[in-house]
Write a protein that binds this ligand. Sequence first.
Ligand code: CO
Length: 216
Amino acid sequence: MTKESPTLQDLLENNRAWAQDISEQDPEFFPTLAKQQAPDYLWIGCSDSRVPANEIVGLMPGELFVHRNVANMVVHTDMNLLSVLQYAVEILKVRHVIVCGHYGCGGVKAAMGNEKMGLIDNWLLEIKDLYHSKKDMFYGLQSEQDQVDLLCELNVVRQVYNLSHTTIVQDAWARGQKLAVHGWIYGLTDGRVKNLNVTLNKSGQLADIYRISESK
Ligand code: CO
């Protein structure tokens, strides 16, 4: 199946129709939203064009604060991610942070192989480290797809813990702020999100070595 890609002009016309449609249903929608945002959710997802955050969970503008990068990574020294997280937690006071990976992730797949792709190979090293450290889990899996999908899940779980280990999340918990970090994964072939049930909402769930407390 091939179809022609939309032109830039198409995009602008789509936008005009979309804005008009919303304004007709609710003339106050954009003016109200322009004054402030108060989302309850921070979404950390993959940049993959097939995993559009708002659409797949049915949320409108103003309801989801979003950070996306290749393979939905939480790298502790990534100022971009940390800034998004700090602003979302401390200023917007989101109640939930959702790491949403997806099966068949090209970044995860690349990390399992040896093919050179350039700069991005460095970004994907964290996933390669994870794969290498969990290698025993993969021996029983015959197909490449099953192996990629398992690593996609393990990667989400790892990022949930990476988030929870940050000072930003731990400070929020120490203040008594309600904040839960969740791990989800999206299926490209059926459009369904699966909860990986790795929700963390208190420091007691972290290994001792990662817990940060005030110095005495
Ligand atoms: Co991906």
